[in-house]
Write a protein that binds this ligand. Structure first.
Ligand code: NAP
Length: 309
């Protein structure tokens, strides 16, 4: 039985691995089928301390992976299929093979929610994006739509005005849920207009291979109309990747893993969580990394306590 299994390979997982490996816990990390997580679809990361000129998201992940490896983390490029408690620890199954450990650190992250349209899938990366900060640059002088009414939608709408000629926020209700200050910035911006009570029924342009417009449906009257547009950004929240632990650990009201405030502890002793899977508030690479460090320190203490017990 190992000391620690780490599941997930974003900044939280890699930081946990660096700390666990340097504490001589010989961690094994399962990096999944989309190693690196959300930073792999980010370009410039300008707010991760230590990189005054900024760094590309994938490069930051590569460096963290190298660092975890250097201290002896065993890295497995597979997806964990299941996780269950066993006597004295936990068992995870990977490609049909069981691995056991006294502790598990969960850092499976979150995934941007999609609109769920076939046309969205077909035109993803061809005018459809879930990340304004990643792709906004490609829409210089263009007209774009941003879907959503939360802080992310407001923030991304503002960000897109740096490039786009015009930004239209499409929201399914008649009021935003975003904070007042962010709403006001959007509502007062000369380059931004809002279409209330509207949902995208279809993204147009599949036939030509890039976004040419959208068909909107009024959520009150049911009326539809088509408008020409060059890009569609969804900022409709994230889903935590909790499939492995559903029914096993306590989740909060938003479906994220519930951790003890200020700690990386879940309700199951020996099972720790870090990064976006337990954080719907900050969702930053640096906060994820910080919580990964916390999870590894917790695991280390837990193992020490159980050795002497
Ligand atoms: P959010 O607050 O959950 O907002 C999601 C928005 O998308 C809501 O307006 C929701 O509509 C809409 N939506 C959800 N599913 C949809 C669908 N299928 N079709 C159309 N619209 C849909 O998510 P978020 O904006 O990503 O923010 C997450 C958290 O991070 C929040 O706590 C937020 O305050 C925080 N945050 C803070 C900042 C900041 O302070 N700088 C920046 C970004 C995020 P309804 O309103 O109708 O539900």
């Amino acid at each position: 039985m190992r000391n620690v299994i780490i599941i997930g390979s974003g900044p939280a997982g890699w930081t946990a691995a660096v700390y666990a490996a340097r504490a001589n816990l010989q961690p094994i990390l399962f990096e999944g089928h989309e190693p690196g997580g959300q930073l792999m679809t980010t370009t410039d990361v300008e707010n991760f301390p230590g990189f005054p000129e900024g760094i590309q998201g994938p490069e930051l992940m590569r460096l963290m992976r190298e660092q975890a490896k250097r201290f002896g983390t065993e890295i497995v490029s597979e997806l964990v299929e299941s996780l269950k408690p066993i006597d004295g620890g936990f068992e995870v199954v990977v490609k049909g093979q069981a691995h056991q450990a006294k502790t598990v650190i969960l850092s499976t992250g979150a995934t941007a929610r999609r609109l769920g349209l076939e046309s969205e899938k077909a035109l993803y990366g061809k005018g459809v994006s879930a990340c304004a900060t990643c792709d906004g640059f490609f829409f210089r002088g263009k007209k774009v739509i941003i879907v959503g009414g939360g802080d992310s939608a407001m923030e991304e709408a503002m960000f897109l005005t740096r490039f786009a000629e015009h930004v239209t926020v499409v929201h399914r209700r008649a009021e935003f849920r975003a904070s007042k200050i962010m709403q006001e910035r959007v509502l007062n911006h000369p380059k931004i207009s809002v279409i209330w009570n509207a949902a995208i029924e279809e993204i147009l342009g599949v036939d030509v291979g890039h976004v040419t417009g959208v068909r909107l449906k009024d959520t009150v009257t049911g009326e539809t109309k088509e408008i020409p547009i060059d890009g569609v950004f969804a900022a409709i929240g994230h889903e935590p990747n909790v499939a492995l632990v559903k029914g096993l650990v306590d989740l909060d009201e938003k479906g994220y893993i519930q951790t003890v405030p200020g700690r990386a502890l879940t309700n199951i002793p020996g099972l720790f969580a870090c990064g976006d899977v337990q954080d719907h508030r900050y969702r930053q690479a640096i906060t994820a990394a910080g919580s990964g460090c916390m999870a590894a320190l917790e695991a280390e203490r837990y193992l020490a306590d159980h050795e002497t017990a």
